[in-house]
Write a new protein. Structure first.
Length: 211
């Protein structure tokens, strides 16, 4: 998790958007999780991953058809899917299963990179853009995308970068001489289509409410 991810979760906890009991997906890989933040807030915290292991409460494959049988109490207040969806082949199935085990009024919190270097663990399948989240909510009658929490993490609300119906990625962190130099090189080498203002590292945070 990046500092921006941690800050996003912190704000959601402080606002009461993340509710207990909390289930975090992909928490068995041995890296940073939201455990401390969630438990410090006095919320019950559980984890799941593909296989059983230290720190994993439930072994479940969220790309399977239905995971409810793996969870004796399928009424989580929040399901956290942080930096997971880019690693799966079927992110829609993962979200649908998360919704199945969340209670009505509960939330699904996601963080995914929109632009990021390839990072195989165990595979790196895709990058999801803002319209993907909007379309997912539109096609699920009992799901609401909470617009005020729809963000390019560390950059601002997604709408801040919208031009009409186009939700552009934020400009890069280094938008001065370095970016101008890069655009110039692209122009000279006739790769100008790659010279657009785009961030090299950019993640999206989104929260869905189960209606």
């Amino acid at each position: 998790m990046t500092p921006e991810d941690v800050e996003y979760v912190r704000r959601l906890v402080a606002a009461g958007t993340i509710q207990g009991p909390v289930l975090e997906l992909g928490a068995g890989y041995g890296g940073n999780t939201s455990r401390q933040q969630i438990q410090d807030a006095g919320l019950e915290y559980k984890t799941t991953d593909l296989t059983a292991g230290p720190g994993v409460d439930y072994a479940a494959d969220f790309e399977a058809d239905d995971v409810t049988s793996a969870f004796p109490r399928a009424d989580f207040g929040s399901v956290l899917i942080l930096n997971v969806l880019e690693h799966v082949f079927a992110p829609i199935t993962v979200l649908d299963n998360a919704l199945r085990i969340a209670r009505v009024g509960g939330t699904i919190v996601t963080v995914t990179p929109a632009m990021w270097p390839v990072h195989n663990y165990p595979r790196d399948c895709q990058r999801l853009l803002p319209d993907w989240y909007v379309t997912f909510a539109e096609r699920r009658p009992k799901v609401r995308l909470i617009e005020p929490l729809f963000e390019f993490l560390g950059r601002g609300h997604v709408s801040k970068f919208a031009d009409g119906q186009v939700r552009n990625l934020p400009p890069p962190w280094h938008s001065g001489i370095t970016s101008l130099y890069t655009r110039g090189v692209n122009k000279v080498l006739r790769t100008a289509s790659r010279g657009q203002w785009a961030a090299s590292h950019c993640a999206i945070g989104a929260v869905f409410e189960k209606l």
